[in-house]
Every structure is written in structure tokens, then in C-alpha cells.
Design a protein around this ligand. Sequence first.
Ligand SMILES: [Zn+2]
Length: 87
Amino acid sequence: MPDPTSQCQDALHELYGYLDGELTVEKRAAIHRHLDECQPCAEPYDFEAELREVVRRKCQEQVPDSLMAKVRAALADERASGAGPSA
Ligand SMILES: [Zn+2]
């Protein structure tokens, strides 16, 4: 049986590809299943998916790396401030 923590890491690692539409149908389905069952993974996914959708609509072009860096920093900051599971 796989370690659930590494399952989460795999899922999060794939999220960026998922959001970019780079994954296969099978991978999307697997990630979707994981997100359905795993709230800690689903939360940042929802946030980023929503943000990217807004940016895509407004800009009609690729999200700049600088913006994604800010998003990642904001997510990390949110976790550091105590919203996430304690270490
Ligand atoms: Zn998870």
C-alpha cells in the first residue's frame, strides 16, 4: 500500500501540469479522484485553478512566471501562517 503522504506529493506535483492541460485523460482522472478524497490537496488546487481561469480570461495569454511565483509564494505564506497541517 502506498504511503498517503507521497500520494499527496505526487498529486500536488502533477497539479501544475493538470492546470496547464498537459496531462493525459487517465492522469486527470487519477488526480480528480485524489482531490475528491483529500481536502489538503483540493484546497490549493481550487484556488489556483480559479486564479488561472480569471487570468486566462483577462489576458487571453499565458500566465507570466512572475505571477505564478507570486501565487506560489502566497500559498506558501498562507501555510506558514498556520492554515495548513502542523509539521
Ligand atoms: Zn492529498
